[in-house]
Each structure stands twice: as structure tokens, then as C-alpha cells.
Design a protein around this ligand. Sequence first.
Ligand SMILES: O=c1ccn([C@@H]2O[C@H](COP(=O)(O)OP(=O)(O)O)[C@@H](O)[C@H]2O)c(=O)[nH]1
Ligand SMILES: O=C(O)[C@@H](COP(=O)(O)O)O[C@H]1O[C@H](CO)[C@@H](O)[C@H](O)[C@H]1O
Length: 209
Amino acid sequence: MISVIIPAYNEEKTIGNVLNVLTKINIIDEIIVVNDGSEDNTVAEAKKYNIILINLRKNMGKGAAVKAGIEKSKGDIIVMLDADLVGLTETHFLSLINPVLNDSADMSIGVFSSGRKSTDLAQKIAPFLSGQRAMNKKYFIDFLNLKDLDTCKYGLEIALTKYAKIKKLRLVQIPFENMTHIMKEEKLGILKGFYARLKMYLDILKIWV
Ligand SMILES: O=c1ccn([C@@H]2O[C@H](COP(=O)(O)OP(=O)(O)O)[C@@H](O)[C@H]2O)c(=O)[nH]1
Ligand SMILES: O=C(O)[C@@H](COP(=O)(O)O)O[C@H]1O[C@H](CO)[C@@H](O)[C@H](O)[C@H]1O
């Protein structure tokens, strides 16, 4: 059984397109949207689709949102996808999940390529930060027992990557062609976006070192 978890904070502009694609993919058993205290119409947009909605009352950060989704999930395979993806297709989804389904990898990581230069470059430099992942739930549960996701925010992915290394999991990177996401500076404007980026790097550094 496959559960997809989508943490979402103020993603009213993009979450509909992501859900529109995912809700048409037959092999997905459940899609869990975790509204992380959004102040915009994310919830209303998500409710247009056949999904399970978790509402966090206030913004808790990505790590806490994903944790809430995993705890609610019923699947034995978990897929994490961001709500601000642009260009997602069924082919991307299948290519991400197949290595885990056919047991040729324990964790697969989707990495943007040939989407937009800026986002391609960021993921080329740091593919281990990508939020698009598939993994067996047993590893996620083990990971949750070891790592406090309630406070790690954007440190989630680097924590997952470290976990995979320590546990010697088989990792595979899947090129996500023609995909991009909305960058922080585009969502929030240059100054606020850059500030949010610095805060994200701080979350990552806290887990990294
Ligand atoms: O406090 C937060 C910040 C982000 N997100 C979600 O986590 C994913 C990745 O966040 P973001 O798009 O800001 O990261 P980026 O891809 O820009 O680094 C998106 O679906 C966000 O809506 C969240 O649930 N809570
Ligand atoms: O690609 C990146 O460098 C960062 C930053 O993306 P932005 O272009 O600042 O929105 O985004 C990734 O890293 C985050 C932390 O690991 C993840 O939460 C995101 O899912 C991922 O897209």
C-alpha cells in the first residue's frame, strides 16, 4: 500500500496542480495533505480533491508536518512530495517509487533536471536536500524513533540522508526532468524570501554538524 504525504504551508497557488496529478495515479492508496498552519487558501484548494487532510493549528515546520503525516499513514511505502512542485507527472511519480517497489533501493530521491537553471543547479549541488522521496515505512518509523522531527523543520531531509548513510540504506537518485518548484524569493519576494532561505540553511546546518 502506498501513502503519499504532502506537507503544505501557504501553497494555494500550486497544491491544486500537484493533487490533480496525484489523484489520477491508480497505484496510490492514500494522499495525506498536512496543512501546516497555512494563512492562505491551501486548505480550500486541497479539499477540492479526494485526500486525507490533517490540519495543524499553527505553523510547526516541515519536519513536524511530515511526522504528523507519517503517523496517520497506513501504507507500507511512504512517498514525500512538496506542494509547490511545478511540472509533476505520473511518470515522475512512478520513476520515484519503482526502485522501492521492486526492492532495488531502500530510499529513492527525486532530483530536478532540465527544469529551470536555478532550481536544477541547487539540486545538482545538493541533491541530498531534495524533499521528493520514497521509502519503506519501516525505515521511516525507525527514523522517527531516533530523530525528533518536531523541531528540525527544514533539517528533515538532511536528517533523513544522514539516517540512510548510518543505516547503510541503498540510495538511488532519480532525475526529475522538466520539473521545478517555486523558489522562496518568488513566493515571498526578494528580501523575505532570502531571509527564509537563510533560516532554512540554519535548520539544515543544525542537523548537519
Ligand atoms: O513551515 C513549513 C515550511 C514548508 N512546508 C512545506 O514543505 C515543502 C517544502 O517547503 P518549501 O517549498 O518552502 O521548500 P523549498 O522547496 O522552497 O526549499 C512545501 O510543500 C512547503 O509547503 C511546511 O509544510 N511547513
Ligand atoms: O533546492 C533547494 O536548495 C532548497 C531550497 O529551495 P528554494 O529554491 O529556496 O525554494 O529546497 C530543497 O531543500 C529543502 C531542505 O532540505 C527541502 O525541504 C525542499 O523540499 C527542497 O526542495
